[in-house]
Structures are given as structure tokens and as C-alpha cells.
Ligand binder design. Structure first.
Ligand code: ADP
Ligand code: MG
Length: 244
């Protein structure tokens, strides 16, 4: 289904003269984990929402190598705040598999049990999702996304509100996902986590792409002045330095 191509993509609001995303041109290939980096308000979440077809651009084209409806069916997304069904952990995973409609009941059971164990949630199979801790809820959201073995997993700052232990478990799981055929496209403002997970980096600032490059290069020698400031922890969205 790759490459994913953005051609002259812009996103604006009628009420605002400034574009939220401005003339995005990017080609995303299948290999490697892609981290979307940038300060708060840079447009990371909007970029992911466009790619996952939750919103439409006001200008330009976004295309996959296969029809967009088919592409959408092979993707999953995890948000910063988990969105779950008000049912047991088991039922949340079962629901995702039932929608996929590819497995017998017994196969579903095996997949769900294995996934709960992998996420260290096996004791919570029958627990209602809304009484799980925030970290457990996020692990469940990730489990539900991955149980359908998507070709693309979009993640929007999935560990931003988690304690270090839950954050670590999720990162470990994502490292494992990265070795499978699922492509990770993840927004983050946690530079240390990004350094650990990224193969490529897409660096956004004020709705524009300033860099799209190999992660090692970005972290060692960012090409843009704003990239350097960002890595030094000195870049804010309101920054008006005219370095662009
Ligand atoms: N629904 C919306 N209405 C108005 N402005 C929005 C909306 N969603 C996002 N924005 C604005 O678009 C910019 C980019 O937002 P976002 O993609 O959420 O940034 P990031 O995820 O990088 O922090 C921000 O300035 C934000 O305030
Ligand atoms: Mg965001």
C-alpha cells in the first residue's frame, strides 16, 4: 500500500487566515519507523489525522498505492487519550477482531489471550475498560489496534500522559511491532523516546515540513536552524524568529 504521498496538501479553517498545514509535500515509504516531531501546535496531530483519513485536506491530494478505502481498512490509530468501549478488556479486543471478520471464534480467543498476555493485561481480561488505570487503558488501546495486524499503526503521542513504567512497556511493545510488517507512524515530542524508536524523522513547525530525513542524521546534524533549536529544547510554537 506504500508509498503514502502528500502532494501540495494544505489544511485551513474558514475562520482563520493562517493555514494549519501549509503545502505539505512528502513521500512515505514502507520501511522503518517514522517519527513526526515538532513543538506543540506544529501540526503533528493534524498530519496524522489527514494520513488516516479522519479529516480531509482543504487543498492538495493524499494518496496510497491502493484505493484509499482499502488502505483505511488496513490501518489503526492510537490517540493520546485512549478511546475504548465501556466493556471488558477482552470484549474490546473481541470487537476489533469481529469487525475484521477473518477468524473463527476459537482463533479469536487464542489471539485475544496471547495479546492480553503480551501486554501484561491477562489478569484484567474481565475488567471493565473504564476502571483500568490510565496506563492499562492505553496498553489496551494499543492491543486493540495491533490485534488486527494493521499494515500501518498511527500513534499520536501515546505515552504523553503515562507514568514511566507504562510508558516503558508501551515503548518495548512498539520496538517489537517495528520488527514486524506493521509500519509505525508516530507523533511525539519526547526526544529521548524518538531517538530510541525512529528510523526516519519528519520535523514540522507551524504547519510546514522543515525536514524529512534519516533519524540518525536529524539527531546528529539537523539541517534546519529550527531543527537545531528544537533539539536544544529551545523552540516554541510562538517562536517568531524568521529563520525559515
Ligand atoms: N479543530 C481545530 N480548530 C482550530 N484550530 C485547530 C484545530 N485543530 C488544531 N488546530 C490548530 O492547528 C495547529 C496544529 O494543531 P495540532 O496538529 O494539534 O498540533 P500538534 O499535534 O503538533 O501539537 C494548532 O495551532 C492548533 O491550535
Ligand atoms: Mg498533537
Amino acid at each position: 500500500m506504500f508509498p503514502l504521498i502528500f502532494e501540495q496538501v494544505s489544511l485551513g479553517l474558514n475562520s482563520q487566515p493562517k493555514l494549519l498545514l501549509d503545502s505539505i509535500n512528502v513521500r512515505i515509504e514502507k520501511a522503518g519507523t517514522l517519527l513526526i516531531l515538532g513543538p506543540n501546535g506544529a501540526g503533528k496531530s493534524l498530519f496524522l489525522r489527514l494520513a488516516h483519513q479522519l479529516i480531509k485536506p482543504t487543498q492538495g491530494q493524499i494518496s496510497w498505492a491502493i484505493p484509499s478505502k482499502l488502505a483505511r481498512q488496513q490501518q489503526a490509530m492510537v490517540f493520546q487519550h485512549p478511546i475504548l468501549l465501556n466493556r471488558s478488556a477482552y470484549a474490546n479486543l473481541e470487537f476489533a477482531l469481529k469487525l475484521k471478520n477473518e477468524h473463527t471464534k476459537i482463533e479469536q480467543q487464542h489471539l485475544i489471550e496471547a495479546m492480553l498476555e503480551q501486554m501484561n493485561l491477562q489478569e484484567h481480561a474481565k475488567t471493565s475498560a473504564n476502571v483500568l488505570s490510565f496506563g492499562e487503558q492505553q496498553k489496551l488501546a494499543l492491543a486493540r489496534a495491533m490485534i488486527i495486524k494493521p499494515k500501518v499503526l498511527f500513534l499520536d503521542e501515546p505515552t504523553a500522559s503515562l507514568d514511566p513504567s507504562a510508558s516503558y512497556q508501551i515503548e518495548q511493545f512498539l520496538s517489537e511491532v517495528a520488527t514486524t510488517s506493521t509500519k509505525i507512524i508516530m507523533a511525539s515530542h519526547d526526544l529521548n523516546q524518538a531517538k530510541r524508536l525512529a528510523d526516519q524523522v519528519l520535523f514540522l513547525h507551524q504547519g510546514k515540513i522543515l525536514e524529512h530525513t534519516e533519524a540518525a542524521l536529524f539527531f546528529k546534524k539537523p539541517q534546519s536552524k529550527l531543527g537545531k533549536l528544537f533539539l536544544a529544547g529551545e523552540l516554541l510554537w510562538k517562536d517568531n524568529r524568521s529563520l525559515l
